[in-house]
Design a binder for this molecule. Structure first.
Ligand code: HDD
Length: 714
């Protein structure tokens, strides 16, 4: 094993001299802890070289094992304790390193070091997660995704712990344990995994109308991201930014993916559970590994304090978004994720996020959900990471020095020198000392706010509106997206075994969002069609906007095909020139061609040359790809194979663009698919033909096909 230098003193000295704005700061700090066993002897944790790692120490070759075998005991003992409790929510996740670079505008809004210098890059570690499932659950379940960013700033760690929806299910942290108990697998049988389609979730939802808005997002394609790179992220709560003059403004944080927003289809997502449970984490890992970073812009909606009450909802209510049509999102920086972790456990599992980790220039609002969160995360890490010293775990350490009088407890790594672990002291010259707040590099100061109130256990009447934005969300979706929401409600409720719960959702929740939605779901469940909203005028609320186009994914397709994975199907006899032409064009557009064949054996092309496939039809099924191109000369062979026909059938069902070149139409015919319609291209491998493919794929899916696919048997 390599020797680590654990003392904070050592790190501090190093950091004090490297003080600056370097995106590699965290990477360099982590280097101290990296261990590479190459060319090292196998030893015990006490440093003793091991001579035999195959046999335990026994009394005779066939005799009992001896207690004295300290090598065996140490190895088994460590192994027995390898697991730590998984996160109570967001247990399944994947993370990457990168940096954040502010735009000039950011420094006008906040004095935080992370926003100060447009030339400076702050290291970040970002973890994406699902909420409901266990650590080993599937990536593509219908669920909200966590979007947690740790900024290792010069002035301490700032964690922006958000989701891929701009709102949450509940308004007050006191309901969080109830909500989580309801959505998690049911307590008597631990079913279902990674899904909200069960009685307790819908029981809770039907009894707690404030969940309606986030439920709408969860039932939409937003809950089925195609890739982490294609998700928006949101800080959700209203926070504050404090500028250099001490002026505080309310803000909502947004992460806008530079790749655009695109999602999976529900049927595709479900099939991916079996075909590639690691779909999202693999996608991120492979793309970062191949030099294709994941990128977002950080944006803020800014609300001056005087405008706090200018909206038809309360900005402290985390079940409400601020429509971008009312307050535009100002971009203030860019995040680039460009490095995979070295070790999943040491980094992704042990990273401890906490929305309570803020730095000077950023502050909380009085959002009652946020206030509870500020307590909960620190508390949960104590259990999950084994005590109050988890901030010393390498991935959690700030990149700036940190000294205080906190001492001892489990797994303390820092060797604090000196006698005085209290303040004030004269023995150690009074160190460490406090820093008064100032424009830059000052001590943290909470926003000066007058609070003159009765102590009450109550919710503000301004939180009574539960439906206006659920309606806005529904009204802002395209017809195809609305149909997907109807199908999602229909599916989820079909898994609810108690009819009275289904009935409560259909009769008492949905009509307050949309009568059309309620009618469609009621009919699909053979239940009476609701004819009027049931909620009180207060709960129904009012929204000044009729529609907010920013809420629809389909309304703003990416318009390019960057990062798309395109299946290029080949079999013996495939046209070599065409294969090269297609692959070159896709790469030119920033997409990845994946050559797929019936087996991994080299494919003999029409000119006698051979190509080694990257994958097989089974190994890289169409659900893992964004579009399909059949290379001329391959179709007849593929048409004889069930897997070949199924490939196109499934791609067609999932609204993917299919290009069948040369005699490729024979494969379409063999699969009983149309040979000429929107998104099914048989134009030949001309430059215009490929233009047509690129154009069709840049809309992500062939939405016009949506109404036909229910009859496709795949
Ligand atoms: Fe939370 C984890 C996001 C409300 C209590 N939460 C967790 C993670 C994300 C969120 C992304 C995973 C972080 C990681 O990758 O390690 N949580 C949210 C958002 C919320 C929210 C966006 C509402 C706006 N959470 C919330 C409340 C509470 C918690 C109201 C408790 C009162 N959340 C936790 C937790 C977790 C957690 C139990 C589990 C593991 C962890 O903290 O580190 O403390």
């Amino acid at each position: 094993m390599t020797q680590h230098s654990y003392t904070a003193t050592n790190h501090d000295e190093a950091h004090d001299t490297q003080w600056g704005t370097d995106e590699h700061r965290k990477d360099e700090a982590l280097e101290t802890y990296r261990s590479d066993a190459k060319e090292h002897d196998l030893r015990t944790n006490q440093g003793v070289r091991i001579a035999d790692n195959e046999n335990s120490l026994k009394a005779g070759e066939r005799g009992p094992t001896l207690l004295e075998d300290f090598i065996l005991r140490e190895k088994i003992n460590h192994f027995d304790h390898e697991r730590i409790p998984e996160r109570i929510v967001h247990a399944r996740g994947a993370a990457a390193h990168g940096y954040f670079q502010p735009y000039p505008r950011a420094a006008e809004l906040s004095k935080a070091a992370v926003f100060r210098d447009p030339e400076a890059r702050t290291p970040v570690f970002t973890r994406f997660s699902t909420v409901q499932g266990a650590r080993g659950s599937n990536d593509t379940v219908r669920d909200i995704r966590g979007f947690a960013v740790k900024f290792y700033t010069e002035e301490g760690n700032w964690d922006l712990v958000g989701n891929n929806t701009p709102i949450f299910f509940i308004q007050d942290a006191i309901k969080f344990p109830d909500f989580v108990h309801a959505v998690k697998p049911e307590p008597h049988n631990d079913i279902p995994q990674g899904q909200s389609a069960h009685d307790t979730f819908w029981d809770f939802v039907s009894l707690v109308p404030e969940t309606a808005h986030n439920v709408m997002w969860a039932m939409s394609d937003r809950a089925l991201p195609r890739s982490f790179r294609s998700m928006e992220g949101f800080g959700i709560h209203t926070f504050r930014l404090i500028d250099r003059q001490g002026v505080s403004r309310f803000v909502r944080f947004h992460w806008k993916p530079l790749a655009g927003t695109w999602s999976l289809c529900w049927d595709e997502a479900q099939k991916l559970w079996a075909r590639d449970p690691d779909f999202h984490r693999r996608d991120m890992w492979q793309q970062i590994d191949s030099g294709q970073p994941f990128e977002w812009e950080l944006g803020v909606q800014v609300i001056e304090e005087k405008d706090e009450h200018a909206f038809d909802f309360d900005i402290l209510d985390p079940t409400k978004l601020i429509p971008e049509e009312c307050v535009p999102v100002t971009p203030i920086g860019k995040m680039v994720l460009n490095r995979n972790p070295d070790n999943y456990f040491a980094e992704t599992e042990q990273v401890a996020f906490n929305p309570g980790n803020i730095v000077p220039g950023i502050d909380f609002s009085n959002d009652p959900l946020l206030q509870g969160r500020v307590f909960s995360y620190l508390d949960t890490q104590m259990l999950r990471l084994g005590g109050p010293n988890f901030h010393e775990i390498p991935i959690n350490q700030p990149v700036c020095p940190f000294h205080n009088h906190q001492r001892d407890s489990f797994h303390r790594l820092t060797i604090n020198k000196g006698q005085a672990s209290y303040e004030p002291n004269s023995i150690e010259g009074g160190w460490p000392t406090t820093t008064p707040p100032q424009e830059q590099q000052g001590g943290f100061e909470s926003t000066y706010e007058r609070i003159d109130a009765h102590k009450v256990r109550a919710r503000s009447p301004s939180f009574n509106d539960h439906y206006s934005q659920a309606r806005l969300f529904w009204d802002s979706q395209t017809p195809v997206e609305q149909q997907h929401i109807i199908e999602a409600f229909t599916f989820e409720l079909s898994k609810v075994t108690r009819p009275y719960i289904r009935q409560r959702v259909i009769e008492q929740i949905l009509p307050n969002i949309s009568l059309a939605l309620a009618e469609a779901v009621a009919k699909a469940h053979g239940m009476p069609v609701p004819t009027a909203p049931t909620a009180s005028p207060d709960a129904l609320g009012q929204c000044s906007l009729a529609k907010a186009p920013s809420l629809s994914l389909m309304a703003r397709p990416p318009q390019n095909i960057r990062y798309r994975q395109v299946a290029v199907l080949v079999a013996d006899g495939a046209c070599h020139t065409q294969l090269t032409q297609v692959a070159d064009r896709l790469k030119q557009e920033g997409a990845t061609p994946v050559v797929i064949a019936p087996s991994m054996a080299p494919v003999t092309l029409d000119d006698g040359q051979q190509v080694t496939p990257a994958a097989t039809l089974d190994g890289q099924p169409s659900v893992t790809m964004d579009a399909v191109i059949v290379i001329e000369g391959s179709a007849r062979r593929l048409a004889t194979l069930g897997a070949g026909r199924y490939y196109l059938l499934e791609a067609y069902k999932h609204l993917k663009v299919i290009m069948a070149l040369g005699e490729g139409a024979t494969l379409l015919q063999a699969a009983n698919l149309p040979t000429a319609e929107d998104g099914v291209l048989t134009d030949g491998c001309t430059s215009e033909g490929l233009d047509g493919f690129v154009k069709a794929l840049s809309l992500h899916r062939v939405w016009s096909r949506d109404s036909k696919v229910a009859s496709v048997a795949a």
